[in-house]
Design a protein around this ligand. Structure first.
Ligand code: BES
Ligand code: MN
Ligand code: MN
Length: 457
């Protein structure tokens, strides 16, 4: 162990340089112009896996962006970890709001700024560097590992579910480990034991075959934008409760134990509101702030368009109106069931004179893992050793839809050991990752391999 920790110290600067190199690749999964960059990124990861001594490192093609896989399975009778992460990143718009170009990584203070630094390349590099350090100094690992990095997480992991089903044997593991979540506060490690799910839909309304003069026709036809906002206004009541019939049927309440843990976390609504430039926080009555964020579902309009958007005025009744909406779900809500309930409710509200199309775009289940799981407790011990602070027990408002698929198909608990920070600006300008977390994170994974290696399988 001493040797491994020395190796981390000696290679401190090289690790940062290698992270910089991968952050230069604009692996934006959503944009077809970047298909080549996705391939470049996958190649770099495969080469890195080979270099650090992982076996069978290879790129596996899918119908979308490729998966990168490798393994080290020479620890007989020891547990097997499936370490998952994603090498794709979000688009960079609005690019003018970045303090430095998104694919020219720069270090300011303790933070490295680049698209993908926190979400998720910095976090997958934590695992690669921990494995490298162990193999270089010990010649082996105290656990078996399988690494699976995908290139489509930010576009809903479209092909990964089938991939997992087709490669069930190759991916068999005792625990799934994911570093793709933030910590709650700087300096304090966190374990995330719950994620929200998601149902994302688009609603298209058509009133007439073309746009109409609002003087010559107004009063005789129903305006589709008026109709759409009337419909969407009926999704929530004044208390923030969602009105879709049956929406809350499967919602699991949080346990007493969780309540206690949650209320121990320092959370200032004022500070939180201030940081996002909001006058106050807002939400469903009857629930604490963190409970609303982590354990209650939401309904949000993500975009709404139609009609005249240009400068000045144009007297028109538009032919069409559109909206994108999403609902963050909690265990045990089923995204397909929720999409269907939303669709039925919207259909019941559509005026007779109007044509509507409602499309489900993507979705995923939420997830909660057992707080007494031995693997989770091994993670807690490792994080506390590296960071020298007690672990925060967290749920997250965000989603990693593939987590529930792992839990069901691999039939293993999913451990979410994340090293991001609340002000990491994921998906936004000036995304950044703490270098302290990067290095402490590597150390914590070295400890984690030891800790989890001691568990029975
Ligand atoms: N790393 C995030 C998930 C996340 C975000 C976890 C915030 C915890 C807190 C992941 O890359 C992500 O962005 N997920 C998407 C999923 C969507 C594209 C299906 C999300 O949550 O919007
Ligand atoms: Mn992510
Ligand atoms: Mn993301």
């Amino acid at each position: 162990m001493e040797k491994t920790l020395n190796f981390l110290n000696q290679n401190h600067d090289r690790f940062e340089q290698e992270l910089i190199d991968v952050l230069k690749v604009p692996s934006i999964s959503a944009l077809p112009d970047h298909t080549q960059d996705m391939q470049t990124m996958a190649n770099m990861l495969r080469d890195e896996m080979q270099k650090i001594g992982l076996d069978n490192a290879r790129i596996i093609e899918t119908d979308g962006h490729p998966v990168v896989y490798s393994e080290w399975l020479s620890a007989p009778k020891k547990p097997t970890l499936l370490i998952y992460g994603h090498y794709d990143v979000q688009p960079v718009d609005p690019v003018d709001l970045w303090s430095s170009p998104p694919f020219e990584p720069v270090i300011r203070g303790d933070r490295i700024f680049a698209r993908g630094s926190a979400d998720d390349k910095g976090q997958i590099y934590i695992h690669l560097k921990a494995i490298e350090a162990c193999l270089a100094t010990q010649g082996d690992l105290p656990v078996n590992v399988k690494l699976l990095f995908e290139g489509e997480e930010e576009v809903g992991s479209i092909h990964l579910e089938d991939f997992i089903k087709e490669h069930q044997e190759m991916l068999a593991a005792d625990y799934v480990v994911i570093s793709d979540t933030p910590m709650f506060r700087e300096g304090y490690p966190g374990i995330t034991y719950g994620l929200r799910g998601l149902a994302y839909l688009q609603v298209d309304l058509r009133g007439t075959s073309t746009d109409l003069h609002s003087g010559s026709f107004g009063g005789l036809v129903k305006n589709p934008i008026n109709a759409l906002v009337e419909i969407l206004a009926q999704m929530k009541d004044g208390e923030g409760r969602i009105l879709i019939p049956g929406f809350y049927d499967d919602v699991l309440p949080i346990t007493e134990n969780e309540h206690t843990k949650l209320s121990k976390l320092p959370f200032s609504a004022r500070e939180f509101a201030h940081n996002i430039g909001a006058p106050t926080l807002f939400g469903e009555t009857g629930y604490a702030d963190l409970e609303r964020l982590w354990a209650r579902p939401t309904f949000d309009i993500n975009g709404i368009w139609g009609g005249f958007q240009g400068e000045g005025a144009k007297t028109v009744i538009p032919a069409e109106a559109h909206a994108k909406v999403s609902m963050r779900l909690v265990a045990n809500q089923d995204p397909a069931d929720i999409a269907q309930k939303f669709t039925a409710y919207v259909e019941s509200l559509i005026p007779e004179s109007m044509e509507a199309a409602i499309k489900a775009l993507h979705g995923g289940f939420g997830y909660v893992t057992d707080l007494d799981n031995p693997g989770l407790l091994a993670g807690v011990r490792a994080l506390e050793k590296a960071f020298g602070k007690e672990v925060d027990f967290l749920r997250e408002g965000g989603s990693i839809p593939i987590v529930k698929v792992f839990a069901d198909i691999i039939q293993a608990p999913v451990l979410l050991m994340g090293y991001g920070l609340p002000d990491q600006n994921a998906h936004a300008p000036d995304e950044n990752f703490s270098l302290n977390n990067f290095h402490k994170g590597i150390e914590s994974i070295v400890y984690f391999f030891e800790e989890i290696g001691e568990l029975q399988v």
